[in-house]
Design a protein around this ligand. Structure first.
Ligand code: PBG
Length: 325
């Protein structure tokens, strides 16, 4: 054969492959989600998320210090609200001494440089397990947005660096931005879950926080996975309303959306490699059907290649271990 172009030349050795690799994962790419519970010394494994734990504040602080020492620069906080504090108005969500607010303070005290991001949505606090206030079986938009704005201010007051609204109500980014401005929190950022799909892949997360919807589903606010146009529309609107970072969620089944969003906005794009995506890899690995380490790195590299400059993932710690390997 006479060829003048041989593509295999650039694949011949690990050295040459590393020279031409387009996508390189680094520890600062990862956002580590953390589930905080009340108590002391508590470390409970989440049944559907093998190897992932809910932790009380004291142990969460140790975890955050370890993550920082590994090079991870941000954590995303979720709290498990005790049942007796749940209601339909998100009362506990704005409690200045609530678990979220105490967690933020404790983490910022222990590891001030760590970028603390906080989940903003009502589901962990809702007796209905919905992201907003429920009236006559509907999740009502505007009253919910008021609480989300107050919640964001309360997180900012506790020391949060970036609030991350994950609720998909209309108009919440602008309301949050204005509320933060008005309260003087001009340095606090917003990472908006802009293109968040109504996905079965959130199942294990809802186990982790005991936050599954009590009735119906989330399809009246989260997006239909059949659609791509509204992902672009939602994201562009969130940027116009003041989002600093936008997010696509889940990640692996939505790589096309990540790419399109990245091509359409001028802000950093994050992707959430969600609980179900974690659980699938863990389960297959446990069965001996997949090489876990390879699956982790291939998945995360693909998500970054698609256009995500930040990835929220339960594999953050493992990934850093593997890339430093
Ligand atoms: C709730 C929220 C969810 C996730 C992040 N924030 C679940 C949901 O919308 O039902 C999912 C994260 C995951 O599955 O890892 N607002």
């Amino acid at each position: 054969m006479q060829l003048i172009r041989r593509n295999r030349i650039l694949r011949r050795s690990a050295a040459i492959r590393s020279m031409v690799a387009e996508t390189i994962l680094t520890p600062a790419d990862f956002i580590a989600p953390l589930f905080v519970v009340e108590g002391n010394g508590v470390r409970e494994e989440i049944a559907s998320m093998k190897g992932y734990f809910r932790m009380s504040i004291d142990l969460t602080i140790q975890e955050v210090k370890t993550l920082w020492s590994l090079g991870i620069r941000s954590v995303l906080l979720f709290i498990k609200c005790p049942d007796e504090l749940k209601d339909n108005k998100g009362t506990e969500a704005v409690n200045p001494d609530g678990l979220m607010q105490r967690s933020i303070k404790a983490i910022k005290d222990a590891c001030p440089e760590m970028v603390v991001m906080t989940d903003v949505a009502l589901d962990p606090f809702s007796t209905y397990g919905h992201d907003g206030i429920v009236e006559q079986n509907e999740i009502v938009n505007d009253p919910t947005v008021e609480v989300l704005a107050a919640m964001s201010v309360s997180h900012a007051a506790a020391g949060a660096d970036i609030v991350a609204p994950s609720d998909m109500m209309d108009g919440r980014i602008m309301a949050i931005r204005l509320a933060l401005e008005q309260a003087g929190h001009t340095g606090v950022g917003i990472m908006s879950y802009s293109a968040k799909y109504a996905s079965c892949f959130y199942g294990p997360f809802r186990d982790a926080l005991d936050s599954a919807p009590g009735f119906g589903d989330k399809k009246t606010y989260q997006m239909d996975y059949a659609n791509r146009l509204e992902a672009i529309k939602e994201t562009i609107m969130d940027v116009e309303e003041g989002a600093d970072i936008v997010m696509v969620k889940p990640a692996m089944a939505y790589l096309d959306i990540i790419r399109e969003v990245a091509d359409n906005v001028q802000v950093p794009v994050s992707a959430y490699h969600v609980s179900g995506e974690y659980a699938m890899i863990k389960a297959a690995a446990q069965m001996g059907w997949l090489d876990e380490n390879k699956a982790i790195i291939e998945s995360l590299t693909s998500i970054k290649r698609a256009g995500a400059s930040l990835i929220a993932t339960y594999f953050a710690r493992d990934a850093v271990r593997l890339i430093n390997g």
